[in-house]
Write a protein that binds this ligand. Structure first.
Ligand code: C2E
Ligand code: MG
Ligand code: MG
Ligand code: MG
Length: 283
């Protein structure tokens, strides 16, 4: 009995565990502060066609932490979900992306760029999401047909009817839907039949491995066929070399994103590099 209690006590005071809890608590406090102090920014990564011409961008959040510098979303989105902060952060991302869309509408060269926004599970399934999206769109004046939401396969484990309902309501506003990191998650192919989607994004791990691994190349080929027969657009993510790009085009892929073309960058830099006009608003 004493032994069990001792073990329990020991586990409770495990310094490693305590350190992890402290770190999570600190991160959560920092995230709250980040929202209040406007430390987040959006960077935009080009999506190009088979000629390398810009067809759209993906908005990716960046955190300018006062002590740690630029913090990657991989390091805080998960904790933001756990702490229930993802709704506030997600709303900020959407407001920022819509403001950018509305600003681009004034530039002929930028007016048709689509913007893809990553939406995480806690945000999408949270109450009032559809209404808040509508309100943000309306306030910003952005064209919903240029807005796309990227969902991940893990979200599909949620109540399929509720998912389809939310996607349907937002699609009725004009918003497009992409399934991100496709091929790595849990999705049954049956979901693809039931959910009204517009686009699949091939996960970058397949692109990374396809030149060396026939099975990775085979999966890419299968996803190209799948997208084709379901009438979905397809984007290959993580394209880093001209050889990968050529191979992807040979397999029938038509949209590409990756460091070969450009890394994510602030809006002003994107406008400058792609001759989209002078930046009209600060990022
Ligand atoms: P993702 O949506 O799959 O975004 C693509 C990630 O791949 C981005 O990382 C991008 O910078 C990176 N990437 C682009 N091209 C290449 C390439 O050629 N090679 C390699 N190795 N990587 C490339 P990032 O910006 O660090 O974002 C990581 C993830 O964090 C995103 O993955 C997305 O799941 C999440 N995320 C980013 N921004 C947001 C956001 O605003 N809201 C939510 N909920 N999640 C976000
Ligand atoms: Mg994405
Ligand atoms: Mg992805
Ligand atoms: Mg990813």
């Amino acid at each position: 009995e004493a032994k069990a209690a001792g073990r329990a006590t020991f586990r409770f005071f495990d310094p490693g565990m305590q350190a992890a809890v402290d770190a999570a608590t600190r991160l959560e406090a920092d995230l709250r502060q980040a929202l209040a102090a406007r430390q987040f920014a959006l960077h935009y990564q080009p999506v190009v066609d088979a000629d390398g011409s810009l067809v759209g961008v993906e908005a990716l959040i960046r955190w300018h932490h006062p002590q740690h510098g630029l913090v990657s979303p991989a390091a805080f989105i998960g904790q933001a979900e756990k702490a229930g902060l993802i709704v506030a952060i997600g709303d900020w991302v959407l407001e920022e992306a819509c403001a950018q869309l509305a600003a681009w509408a004034a530039h002929p060269a930028a007016a048709r760029l689509s913007v893809a926004v990553n939406v995480s599970a806690g945000q999408f399934h949270g109450s009032g999401f559809v209404d808040r999206v509508r309100a943000i769109l309306e306030r910003s004046g952005a064209d919903p047909r240029l807005l796309k939401f990227e969902l991940t396969e893990s979200m599909l484990l949620h109540d399929a009817e509720d998912m389809a309902g939310r996607i349907g309501a937002l699609r009725a506003c004009g918003i497009g839907f992409a399934l991100d990191d496709f091929g790595t998650g849990y999705s049954s192919l049956n979901y693809l039949r039931r959910l009204p989607l517009d686009q699949l994004k091939i996960d970058q791990s397949f692109v990374r491995d396809m030149l060396a691994s026939p099975s990775a190349a085979g999966i890419v080929q299968a996803i190209v066929h799948l997208a084709d027969s379901l009438g979905l657009d397809l984007v290959a993510e993580g394209v880093e070399s001209a050889e990968q790009w050529r191979h992807l085009r040979d397999l029938g892929c038509e949209r590409f994103q990756g460091f070969l073309f450009a890394a994510p960058m602030p809006a002003a830099e994107l406008m400058h590099r792609y001759h989209l006009g002078a930046a009209v608003r600060a990022a």
